[in-house]
Design a protein around this ligand. Structure first.
Ligand SMILES: *Cc1c(COP(=O)(O)O)cnc(C)c1O
Length: 389
């Protein structure tokens, strides 16, 4: 019996690291039915509340009527249809980049961009806390791979000095488990001075950040020369599915020619692109969602500080409560669930050992009253897990 899966699973369970999938019985929204119970959820990445927006649903329905369901083939064969093309043009305009290329998932966009740009003899430098898809992409590329200290331009500079070949510096824009912003002005300046390129994965900034939702590059005012490779995803604040890489004409043509995760996969259903086009329009023009979200973020941080919760340095809708121990994080999540609230406990290996946390995420779809409900429940439950410490 070479595969002892039962012991592997038992070990994971014993370490309080076993994962289970809550079964959602209905659309995304603040109020969800999960495992047969109605709960108030603070764990979705639908930051602007667009995943169940009537106009986005209507756009997808109309898209299916006009374009059918399946993408049919890869983009290079016969799968690249008008809605995909229109979405790429709209995303290029939105990001202020010459071109954008559409992917079915962010994971694939990251694999594609990194592996098409660097290989053997090159160097890829990544923030230690980067998303798993970026770390996987770096390893898959075959380039020399090194991780610098979180958000640390000095640590990056040391590695840049030793880098060989084409060098790609890769960072999350908003760190997915901490909610903090990449210090892009410093990191980009360092990379530029050494002739390296910067790639930013702005899965969590695109939509919530920036005056028009343009994400971290809009927030810091960074152009193509600072961030030659910009990735955004559509499954989070856009409320739909897919991702894009935005950059120069040559970058996009390089991906079309050489990126295997782009070439060897079926295009996303065109109706999904129709939905994303509608989301993009709502997200750019209706800034009240960002304003409301920012009010919720400020109120949460103020309320959490009063309770004495250990928050992280996050100005974004990702507001983790650091617990430390996995078992206590699970307990806090369970206590909240007893009170009708759903907040996921994030444990290693998704976060560093000893860094278990409740990943609270806020959405423009939450009301102020719902946020107060969360704060009241936390005020009751937090002392109970503190007593176990
Ligand atoms: C979610 C996420 C991805 C993956 O995007 P999908 O479209 O869900 O595959 C990539 N990078 C970061 C930082 C993410 O949070």
């Amino acid at each position: 019996m070479p595969f002892d899966l039962a012991s592997r699973l038992a070990e994971r369970r014993a370490a309080h690291l076993y994962r289970q999938r809550p079964l959602l019985d209905g659309p995304q929204g603040p109020l969800v039915r999960v495992d047969g119970r109605e709960l108030l959820a603070f764990c979705s990445n639908d930051y602007l509340g667009l995943a169940n927006h009537p106009e986005v649903i209507a756009a997808m329905r109309a898209g299916a009527e006009q374009w059918g369901v399946g993408g049919g083939a890869s983009h290079l064969v016969i799968g690249h249809s008008t809605p995909h093309h229109q979405l790429e043009e709209a995303l290029a305009e939105f990001t202020g980049r010459p071109r954008a290329l559409l992917f079915s998932t962010g994971y694939m966009a990251n694999l594609a961009a990194v592996t098409a740009l660097v290989g053997q003899g090159d160097t890829v430098l990544e923030d230690r806390l980067n998303h798993a898809s970026l770390l996987d992409a770096g390893l898959l590329s075959g380039a020399r791979f090194s991780r610098y200290l979180h958000n640390d331009a000095v640590s990056l500079a040391k590695r840049l000095d030793k880098a060989e070949g084409n060098t790609l510096v890769v960072s999350d824009g908003v760190f997915s488990m901490d909610g903090d912003l990449a210090d892009l002005p410093a990191l980009c300046a360092e990379a530029r001075s050494k002739g390296a390129w910067v790639m930013v994965d702005d899965a969590h900034g695109c939509g919530p950040l920036g005056a028009t939702g343009g994400g971290i590059v809009e927030h810091f005012g960074l152009g193509l020369d600072d961030v030659p490779v910009l990735v955004g995803t559509l499954g989070k604040a856009f409320g739909t599915a897919g991702a894009f890489v935005a950059g120069s004409e040559e970058l996009i043509e390089t991906l079309i020619q050489f990126a295997r995760p782009y070439i060897y996969t079926t295009s996303q259903p065109p109706a999904v692109a129709c939905a994303s086009l509608k989301s993009l329009e709502l997200l750019r023009t209706e800034s009240w969602r960002r304003d409301h979200l920012n009010q919720l973020i400020a109120r949460f941080r103020q309320g959490a500080a009063e309770i004495g919760l250990s928050l992280m340095a996050s100005p974004t809708p990702i507001q983790p409560i650091l617990v430390g121990d996995s078992e206590r994080a699970l307990k806090l999540s369970a206590l909240l669930k007893e009170r009708g609230l759903l907040v996921g406990a994030i444990r290693p290996p998704t976060v560093p050992v000893g860094g278990a946390r409740l990943r609270v995420t806020l959405s423009a779809a939450h009301s102020e009253a719902q946020l107060e409900q969360l704060l009241e429940a936390l005020a009751e439950c937090w002392p109970q897990v503190q007593a176990d410490a």
